[in-house]
Design a protein around this ligand. Structure first.
Ligand code: SF4
Length: 193
């Protein structure tokens, strides 16, 4: 190390770790430090535009309801999920919880919180706004608040969210929201008739 240079957070954590033969893959402190959150943070910075785009996208998906119904929602799930996982994985580091609340969290995915909190941050946010568990990661809830302030419907962040239903993991939130909206529309039409 060069004279006067401070060891990085990753080095300190690594040095403090017990030396054993087992070194789990993909969770080394060094790798954590090397992780980039740039696309996720870009999405939060552009939450207003993404909010607009998502609303249009949901409308298009709903217009396609007859197609999903003809094909069968079950059969459509695999290809839609394939695309959803990759697109949202890239933009939001989506964990496919199947019950997306990005529009209520400033486009910052709460499932990236190591504690998976869905109703705001824990008490451990660091002074620099980073996570207490992942010191190099900006707290997803600090980012959620910043993102929500840019959004037209940003106050939705104040809504209380239900606990995560783990049985919905790895399912398509896009299709679920579409099917729900279609059912509500059909019910409203039936009541008006
Ligand atoms: S809230 Fe769930 S579906 Fe939405 S981006 Fe996060 S993990 Fe994916």
């Amino acid at each position: 190390m060069a004279d006067g240079a401070q060891p990085t957070q990753a080095t300190l954590v690594k040095q403090a770790q017990p030396k054993t033969a087992y070194n789990p893959a993909d969770v080394s402190p060094q790798r954590r430090v090397q992780r980039r959150y740039s696309v996720r943070l870009w999405s939060v910075r552009h939450s207003r535009g993404l909010e607009w785009f998502y609303a249009r996208f949901a409308d298009v998906f709903l217009l396609l309801h007859p197609l999903w119904k003809a094909v069968g929602y079950q059969r459509a799930e695999a290809p839609v999920k394939f695309v959803e996982k990759r697109v949202k994985g890239l933009l939001f580091d989506c964990r496919m919880c199947g019950q997306c609340i990005l529009s209520s969290t400033g486009m910052s995915c709460p499932m990236n919180c190591p504690k998976q909190l869905r109703n705001g941050p824990c008490g451990g946010v660091r002074a620099n706004g980073n996570c207490e568990v992942e010191p190099d990661m900006p707290c997803v809830w600090v980012k959620a608040w910043e993102g929500s302030r840019r959004m037209r419907e940003g106050d939705a962040i104040l809504n209380i969210q239900k606990p995560v239903d783990q049985s919905l993991r790895e399912t398509s939130a896009w299709l679920r929201v579409t099917a729900q909206a279609a059912a509500e529309g059909e019910q409203a039409k039936a009541e008006a008739a």
